[in-house]
Structures are given as C-alpha cells and as structure tokens.
Ligand binder design. Sequence first.
Ligand code: NAD
Length: 299
Amino acid sequence: MSITKVAFIGLGNMGKPMAKNLIKAGFSLTVFDVVKDAVEELTAAGAKGASSIAEAVKGVQAVITMLPAGAHVSSVYRGENGVIANVPKGALFIDSSTIDVATSRAVNVAAAEAGMEMIDAPVSGGVGGAEAATLTFMVGGAESAFERSKPLLEKMGKNIVHAGGPGNGQAAKICNNMILGISMIAVSEAFVLAEKLGLEAQKLFDISSKSSGQCWSMTSYCPVPGPVPASPANRDYKAGFAVAMQLKDLRLSQEAAQKAGIATPLGAEATALYGLFDVAGHGHLDFSGIIKMIRGDKM
Ligand code: NAD
C-alpha cells in the first residue's frame, strides 16, 4: 500500500520547507510542533494542524521527525504520549534529525519492538537544500524500510544513499561533518597565512581551487569574501550553517570516537576551536566565520 497520509513533527528551519515540499507533492500532511506559529504557517500552506503528537499521528502511514537533538527524538517517539504509543501499527518512521548514533539505534529498537520499521535519515544541504528539495539523505535501517521511504525522501531531496543498518545514516553524517569542520579551519588558516605573506585571496583561490588543496570549504563556502560570491563571507558570515550546529555535530563525532575507542586528534582540535568561538558569543554566525578568530579580528 503506498503512503499518502504522513505526520511531520518538528517544523523549524529545516522541517518547514521539507514539509512544504511534501504538501506540494500531494501528500496529506498532519503537522505538529511545540511552537504554535510554526504549525499555523504550515496550515496556511495546506497541512492539517495538530495540537499533540497523538493527534498528529492518528491514521497516518508514516511519521517524519526533524528535531534538534537525541533527547527530543527519544521523547517524541518513546514518551508516554509519544509516536509509538499512538500511531497505527505498521507505520513507517523517518527521523531526519542529526542525533547521536546510540540514541538513534535505541529508538529504532523500540520501534521494532512495537512492530514498526524505522530509518534514520539525516540530511546535508542546509535550509537552501531543504527549500529546493535537493537535500542529500544518508539513510540507516533495513532495506525494506529504505525502499518504503524513497517516495517521500525523493520529494525532499536529490541524493538518497543507503548507508547500512540502523544508526549508519547518523554515522555518515557525523563523519562527513567532522571532515567539514576540520577542512574549514584548514582553509581559513591558509587564507590568513596568505594575507600575511602578501598573497591575494583571489590568487590563492585560483590556484588552490584547482590544486591539491581543493575542497568544499574552499570552493563552495570560501571563508573570505570575493572568490565564491554565494558564500556567507560575502554577507558578514550570516548563517548558513551556524557555529552552534557545527559544534553540535563535532561533539557528536567526539562522543562517538570516544565510545569507539579511536583517536581523532584533528576532530578534537576542531571541536575545541568551535567551542571557544561559540562561548565568545558567536554561535549564531556561519561556521566559516571561524576565520575571524584565526586572524585575531576584534569582534
Ligand atoms: P530548529 O531548531 O530550527 O527546529 C527544530 C524544531 O523542533 C523547532 O521548531 C522546535 O520547536 C521543534 N521541537 C522541539 N522539540 C519538540 C517536540 N518535543 N515536539 C515537537 N516539536 C519539537 O532546527 P533545524 O535547523 O530545523 O534542524 C533540525 C535538525 O536538522 C537538527 O538535528 C540539525 O542538526 C539538523 N540539520 C540542520 C541543518 C541546518 O542547516 N539548519 C542542516 C542539516 C541538518
């Protein structure tokens, strides 16, 4: 039976545009968020608003969640008045939040025990990708759940990759974002060094973007204004992908590395640097703004 009735829980920066794309694609959506304004915005866009999780999941075939962190996901699914206790048997769960692997796997087990299939499907691509329905989904879970989720994910994203069993989507997400956090610092250090050596930023870009220093942090999100007009550096580091979000993902990577008993020294250093930038009051800035701290800018 194909999925037509869907509950969407968590209507923040990402959840809102993702939910709107599902409405546009013709799904019958019931939405819930603890923030009433968010529910009203989606109701105006064609969704049915709910005032509780139980009301949101009544009669649906699938539930999608886009929540801040593991504690929220755990309570929304497993809480006394949560999804598992109220949803019709056999519904499919899709959690697109970025959370720790252990919580993701624990919720998956709880869902399975209640007779429900679940995937973790964190995303990459930011608010722009959510609006344009071009997100990358990194999916962990059983093959059958992955196949069932595709008609929904395809309406919100462009690249949909099955990364393996439960929790592997989250594993892929935190590994990717650990690379991102480290590479942004590396690119920032190089541009600051170039400045001090009298090498123009545009010249370094022209050379490195076509040499072995090339990476996404340089060519898509260049931390100096000029070379990449769309990068946040050109709008005073307005996020984009906020420092607080990058720090959250780096911390998840370090938690996972500790549990796995491996050393990720550059991941640890990147976590420390973003932590310092965050406590200095810059958590809201785009994460490429870390170049200001590296340069020693007064802020
Ligand atoms: P957000 O804080 O804007 O949205 C989260 C929403 O969840 C809020 O509207 C909040 O009110 C709601 N919420 C919290 N607890 C709830 C509950 N118990 N019941 C119902 N609703 C509840 O966050 P976001 O930027 O939309 O990010 C969501 C997730 O996606 C996070 O895990 C984040 O790490 C991840 N992510 C974000 C981006 C990005 O660029 N913003 C990119 C990739 C992944």
